[in-house]
Design a binder for this molecule. Sequence first.
Ligand code: PLP
Length: 444
Amino acid sequence: MIDDLKTMLDFTESNRLRERAKHLIPAGVHTYSKGDDQFPQLSPGFIVRGKGTKVWDPDGNEFLDWGMGLRSVILGHAYEPVLAAVREQLELGSNFVRPSPLEADVAELLVDLIPSAEMVKFAKNGSDVTTAAVKLARAFTGRDLVVRCQDQPFYSVNDWFIGDTPVNAGVPQAIQALTKRFRYNDANHLEQVLSEYRGQVACVILEPAATTAPHPGFLERVRELTQIHGVVLIFDEMISGFRWHPQGAQHYYGVTPDLSTFGKALANGFALSALVGRRDLMELGGLDHDRERVFLLSTTNGGETHSLAAAKATIEAMRDGEATRRIWATGQKLLEGFNALSREFGLADHVRMEGLACSPYQIFLGPAGEVDLALRTLYLQETIRHGVLVPYIAISAAHSDLDVEHTLEASRKAMPVLLEALERGSTDGLLVGPAVKPVFRKYN
Ligand SMILES: Cc1ncc(COP(=O)(O)O)c(C=O)c1O
């Protein structure tokens, strides 16, 4: 079986590049989720080109892509209207000694769309803007503690967040101690934490929704509790922004935070993020007040023009809601089709797709019902073999019914192999190389 696989897939050039990149770049990548430990050995190590929902690796293999640039490419790879806006801007120069009018143009688009947005500040990464939100909350309240939702994996590479995960090396103990946690969909837990640290909490940060929908009243109660305790409420909409609704998950669920952060889909894969929020808070980072100044965000490339031109074209393409409606519809078809397939193979207790239709995810459970990363890796290996790259599911408006069918066909071919692994109680002899590993782990 393994020999059979080896002859079918050619990753020669990928494998050569892997060694080169790993020699030059720690982990060989610039986001841990792109790393070799997140993919099976028989997988493309690099992507050289993308168009729509297709990507090509250095060996010329073509794949249907569900990763879509870590969820940033919401309209499809190399989406022509965005490229046209960027091309036009490139001819005009990319960075100047004073701001480009594009900064106000894109800020205005966001203020018009996002309920919590009265002012906007741009940066390049999600981590920059969530960290700026935390800083602003601390300066505004004069308090130090951050309360973050413990069931969501990632808000920032910065110390206030990463210090509160297993990968906290390099973060001083004193900083680690400033972050506390609460459970998603458990407002009573948040109430306990806010009461325990009464008068010390600067902000509560969470994604309004991630893997599950908020229980009725949950987000409303979070809003109420933060108001009662004088705490700044931050919604991290890096993933939910534009995906749940063009006006954000905050509009979709009808709960308005004080500050919120956007990135990823904002510029269809170009580098731009945004902190948006209440004027009285945001203005602390401005020039027209006599309170102590907050050095909020100050970056050489924050106002660089081609990403702003990309954002303008992306928002214009998304704002009528049609792209988002397509994303929900595609997700629904994928969810129903995948789970029907899994039932057909008698695998429903082990292999399922769950979550909201705009952002579904797959789960793989071993013989005893435990999370089984080897089984997940085997599914990845088998679907890659049939031309589908599905490390996670980031649906774009470009994904079609045909793409869903292609994915279900590839999954249909993978199911008997998964069944065999489950019956044997092991992926040995079926999976080439090691299983994928959790990103947030202490040791390699
Ligand atoms: C919810 C959330 N917040 C923040 C970030 C950080 O964004 P970036 O990688 O652009 O710094 C991510 C990235 O995956 C994210 O998913």
